[in-house]
Design a protein around this ligand. Structure first.
Ligand code: ADP
Ligand code: MG
Length: 336
């Protein structure tokens, strides 16, 4: 099975069956501890429902929130829960597992992910850097002697990579992605309306009326939260223009990571990209107008991958199918 261990969502893809699991990377724990609730059952959707609404004794945590593993035990419990759920459902014994991991994580963190998979019953575990998985899932010719560029915008991190001949030539992982867009909206509501809104509300605003560039009709949306002065519930209406303005800082940071990576590319690879353009993947790339904005900043063609949220998971499953062909070229990336 192929696993996309994302900062927001974890997806599992199985050859011939497509995506068999798609759940938030969230775990409910006892407050102040790293004890997972109910013998490890409060993971994924169950735990996400609890985010922001948990009673005093419970907190819901996202162990990979910023692209680093904040807690090994919680991450292991999460991975174990997901792997066991899939192996139980599709009757797999000792599966071979390919896990895509953010390229910024440390050797110790890689080891922890690797060990968790083995504890969860994997017969053989391979770690694959996320940009490579995304490139494979998006159908880029990453193993060929021509450059491909992928920008994978997740929840906690954006991974930018230029690759050729099955290897990464230049890459950068920045901790600015979808979550920062939500936070920018929260900050805007505080500053402009003295209204405190929750993360889930901010995410809804971003998805419904958020944009990186004007893309046609401007709209508005009613937003509910708590008044910071009176402390009472209140609602207000915001426009798509002001949300775009609020999102400009995180968007600029993401675009700067893209241009920096391009500036570092070898001239021959840069030349290829004039033809091949840039591919976007990850949930954050669904923000309206983002391809236009990246095109403006770079002058390159920008394409949104088909089904950007499942790109990495599909890539890991394809990688597993072709592991004998690709293993050697990727040894430095996938070993720990
Ligand atoms: P990760 O790989 O880090 O788990 P994902 O690729 O699953 O992240 O993307 C999750 C992010 O994508 C979240 O920040 C979510 O709000 C954002 N997202 C999902 N759909 C959309 C959309 N239609 N427009 C803008 N952002 C979106
Ligand atoms: Mg991802």
């Amino acid at each position: 099975m192929g696993i996309d261990l994302g900062t927001c969502n974890t997806l599992v893809a199985v050859r011939g069956q497509g995506i068999v699991l798609n759940e938030p990377s969230v775990v409910a724990v006892k407050k102040g501890t790293n004890q997972v609730l109910k013998g490890g059952q409060a993971v994924g959707w169950v735990a996400k429902e609890m985010l922001g609404k948990t009673p005093g004794s419970i907190t819901a945590v996202r162990p990979l929130k910023d692209g680093v593993i904040s807690d090994f035990e919680i991450t292991e419990a999460m991975l174990n829960y997901f792997i066991t759920k899939v192996t139980g459902r599709v009757r797999m014994l000792g599966p071979r597992v390919v896990i895509s991991i953010p390229s910024g994580i440390t050797a110790v963190e890689k080891r922890a992910v690797f060990d968790s998979a083995e504890h969860a019953g994997a017969r053989k575990t391979y770690l694959l850097e996320e940009p490579i998985a995304a490139a494979i899932g998006a159908g880029l010719p990453f193993a060929e002697p021509t450059a491909s560029m992928i920008v994978d915008i997740g929840g906690g991190t954006t991974e930018v990579a230029i690759m050729a001949l099955a290897d990464i030539a230049n890459c950068e992982s920045v901790r600015v992605a979808g979550d920062d867009m939500d936070e920018a909206i929260i900050a805007h509501m505080k500053r402009t309306y003295s209204l405190m809104i929750g993360e889930q509300t901010a995410e809804r605003v971003k998805i419904q009326i958020g944009s990186a560039a004007p893309t046609g009709e401007e709209t508005e949306m009613e937003v509910r939260g708590r008044d910071m002065v009176s402390g009472l519930p209140r609602k207000t209406t915001i426009t798509s223009e002001e949300v775009r303005e609020a999102l400009s800082e995180p968007i600029t940071n993401i675009i700067e990571a893209v241009t920096r990576t391009l500036e570092r590319a070898e001239p021959e690879l840069a030349a290829d990209l004039v033809e091949n353009g840039i591919m976007l993947a990850g949930g954050g790339s669904l923000l309206s107008g983002l391809p236009i904005q990246i095109n403006k900043a770079t002058g390159l063609d920008v394409t949104l991958a088909e089904d950007p949220l499942t790109c990495v998971a599909r890539g890991t499953a394809i990688y597993l199918e072709n592991i004998d062909v690709w293993k050697d070229t990727l040894e430095n990336n996938s070993d720990i």
